[in-house]
Design a protein around this ligand. Sequence first.
Ligand code: ADP
Ligand code: MG
Length: 329
Amino acid sequence: MSGEQGLAEFDLIERFFAGVGPLDKTAAVTLGMGDDCALLSMDGDDLLALSIDTLVAGRHFPLDADAADLAQRALAVTVSDLAAMGATPVAFTLAITLPSIDTQWLQAFSDGLRLAANSYAIPLIGGDTTQGPLTITLQAHGRVAVSSVLKRSGAMAGDSIYVSGTLGDAAAALAVIEHRLSVSDAERDYLLGRFYRPVARIGLGQSLLGLASSAIDISDGLMGDLQHIAKASQLSARIECEQLPLSAVLQAVVSREQAIQYALSGGDDYELCFTAPPQHHRQLMALSSQLGIAVSRIGQVSNGEGVECVDARGQVVPLAKPGYRHFSG
Ligand code: ADP
Ligand code: MG
C-alpha cells in the first residue's frame, strides 16, 4: 500500500507486521522495516537492498490504463526505492495476477517492461503468474555499500533539503484522468507521461552517496514523505514554498495556490527528496548539470519535530487534504 490511507496504513503495519520472526541485526538483516528498502548483508562491504510494491487495478491505476505504460510505471515505482537508498539495481521479480489471458495486452505489457528494464539495466529473474483481478507486484533487488547507503535517518540539524525534477505533475495528471481538470492535448500528453512513465532517479541516487545525509523517494507526497525523514532523523523540516520546483505545464494549467498544493501533497512524482550539509551545495549543483536533472534546494532541517511549509513572508501555508484516489468510477 502506498500511503493513501495516511497514518492508518503505518499503524496497521506496526501493529500486525512489525516484529514478526526474530530480527537479529548482528546477522544478515542490517535494516528491517521502516525505510525505502530493507538491507541485508552480503559478502564484503556490500548490502542487498530489497523493496516490493503492488499496484492494484482500479485503485493505483485506471482499469483501462495502457498495458505498456503500466509495466513501465510498476517497474519505476519499485526501482525508485532503490534510488532512494543510492543502490544499484541487480534484478527484479514479478508476481502478476491476470483476469484472463489476453495476448495482445500481455505483449504490450511485456514491451513496456522490457523498455523500462533495459533503461534501469535490471533483469527479471523470477516471479509468479495467477488468475484473478489485475494486480502487479514487483520486488527489486539492489546493491549498495554499507559505508555510504542513504537512509531516512541520517539528516543532521542545519542540513539543506533538496528535491529532484519538478513536483505536482502526477497529481495534476490524476485530476485530468478523473476529469477534474481540462487541459490541451499537449498538456495532457506531458502530464499523463509524468504519471505513467515516471523515471526512477537511479543515477542521481548513486551519485548522492557520500554527498547526501538522508534520502527518500516521493511516492505519497512531499510533506508526508519528508515527515518520514524528519521522524527517522529526530528533526523538524521547513519548506519554503517559493522554492518548490514547478513545471511550466503545471503552472499553466492550475492556479499558483493549486500548483503548490499539488507539489506539497500530491503523490506519484517519484522524485528524490534528500538532505545534505550546506558545504555540499556547489557539488550538488555541479552534479545536477552533469546529470541533466534539476536539483532544487527547498528548505532546511533543524532541531525539533514536525514538517511545515512557509510562504515568502514566513507565514505557514495550510495543507489541503489530499483527495481520495479511486479509478473504478
Ligand atoms: P514505500 O512507499 O517506500 O514503498 P511503504 O509506505 O509501502 O514504503 O512501507 C513503509 C515500510 O513498511 C517499508 O519499510 C515496508 O517494507 C514496510 N511494510 C509495508 N507493508 C508491510 C507488510 N505487510 N509487512 C511488512 N512490512 C511492511
Ligand atoms: Mg519509497
